[in-house]
Ligand binder design. Structure first.
Ligand code: PLP
Length: 411
């Protein structure tokens, strides 16, 4: 038998959302009469925009005709899609991003998971705590962290705690770090970074020769004008930041799979011998080795998002979910809970009642209200004592969940 990668044994037993599903399914099996409402996993529920659906049909027709058939596409995605992304997501906001700096992929999950493999295994990694679990887990299996202690902390990882006490804005690291994962708007806390806060991170990375992986998967949810949409709005960021975007939560592409990552030409790492290496060149090499790009049909569908009609439809989708966020925020606050997020982000984050752990609250909410949420501790040790609800449910489920929490959980 071959030896396995034993770093996998350092992961928690199950991926957070798999454990949520397991507990919810077990409860449903034991209580078939319970009508569960799921605001746990952050998956969208509205159908695709009409212009996207039209583009899918047209692209399918292209594949049916010999003169428009497509086989393998470019590794980094079709140029027409990358040009649209450069123009609309960045150029329209005065941010310069080259087409050859954009890499289209099948998801922000894969990009955020794969990024670490172009860095040395002895790089020190810093993650916001709590945060999307993929950044930590993929560094665990790469062997950068060792085993977790009883609280779930890995000795080899630098945690940047984000709690109500610091306004969910982490302090800069004390010691040396090489790779910093920042996620704004944040999953799960819903916090955003001001321009000054982001500028502090960029300055830090420049001064300490670190690289920032900036996950902007929820950028479409920013409503406040003074909140940056891209880290490249910050001077100097092109030398130290890699930014990831996703169509999942803006255009409803969670089942379609399309995202992109920007690796600027100015971003560099170094070899052990001290030679400077372009991260854009390394990522280009990685993509060429491991991917043949997302399907043509999906890329065509993504390009439809940038038409005038597509843009309007996506705006309506985001507005719909943000109305859900308002309903959740207001409802939980009315129930006397301490509520955060949900303003520039589709997640509402709140404290569990005093002395009740996140998982105990999960079980209590499931049993008394029939509502599935996400326990804060699943996103990192500093998430203990917090809980997340998503705004991606249907309006009916959102209202029902809030109503049940108000009337049943209070008692
Ligand atoms: N980044 C963050 C912070 C997320 O919360 C998610 C999905 O939940 C992703 C990335 C993954 O997005 P995608 O569907 O593009 O893989």
């Amino acid at each position: 038998m071959p030896r396995i990668n034993e770093h996998y044994r350092n992961l928690r037993a199950a991926y957070l959302f798999a454990e949520i599903r397991r507990r919810a399914d077990a409860f449903a099996a034991a209580h078939p009469e319970a009508r569960l409402v799921d605001l746990g996993v952050g998956d969208v529920t509205r159908p695709l925009p009409a212009s996207v659906v039209r583009a899918i049909h047209e692209a399918a027709d292209d594949l049916a005709r010999p003169e428009t058939f497509k086989g393998y596409g470019p590794y980094a995605g079709y140029e027409w899609l990358r040009a649209a992304i450069a123009a609309h997501d960045f150029g329209a906001r005065g941010v310069r991003v080259g087409v050859d700096e954009i890499f289209v992929s099948d998801g922000g999950k894969s990009d955020s998971a794969n990024l670490q493999e172009i860095f040395a295994t002895d790089c020190v990694v810093a993650v916001m705590d709590p945060v999307y679990p993929v950044y930590a887990d993929t560094n665990v299996v790469a062997g950068r962290t060792g085993a977790a202690d009883a609280s779930g902390r890995y000795a080899g990882m630098v945690y940047l705690p984000c709690t109500a006490e610091n306004g969910f804005q982490p302090a800069l690291p004390d010691g040396r770090v090489d790779l910093i994962y920042l996620c704004y708007p944040n999953n799960p806390t819903g916090a955003v970074a001001t321009r000054d806060a982001l500028a502090r991170w960029v300055d830090y990375a420049r001064a300490h020769e670190a690289v920032i992986f900036y996950d902007a998967a929820y950028e479409a949810y920013i409503v406040d004008d003074d909140v940056p949409r891209s880290i490249y709005e910050i001077p100097g960021a092109r030398e130290v930041a890699i930014e990831s975007r996703s169509f999942s939560k803006s255009a409803g592409f969670t089942g379609m799979r399309l995202a992109c990552t920007v690796v600027p030409k100015e971003a560099h790492g170094r070899t052990a011998a001290g030679e400077t290496v372009s991260l854009n060149a390394l990522w280009t090499r990685r993509i060429g080795m491991k991917s043949n790009g997302p399907p043509y049909v999906i890329q065509k569908a993504a390009a439809a998002v940038y038409t005038a009609e597509g843009h309007k439809e996506v705006r309506a989708l985001v507005d719909f979910y943000m109305s859900n966020a308002r309903i959740i925020r207001d409802g939980l606050a009315a129930a006397g809970l301490e509520v955060y997020g949900g303003r520039n982000a589709p997640y509402v984050w709140f404290r569990t009642p005093r002395g009740v752990s996140s998982w105990d609250f999960f079980d209590r909410m499931l049993a008394t209200a029939g509502v599935v949420g996400a326990p804060g501790s699943g996103f990192g040790p500093a998430g203990e004592g917090y809980f997340r609800l998503t705004a991606f449910g249907s309006r009916e489920h959102t209202e029902e969940a809030v109503d049940r929490i108000r009337t049943r959980l209070r008692a």
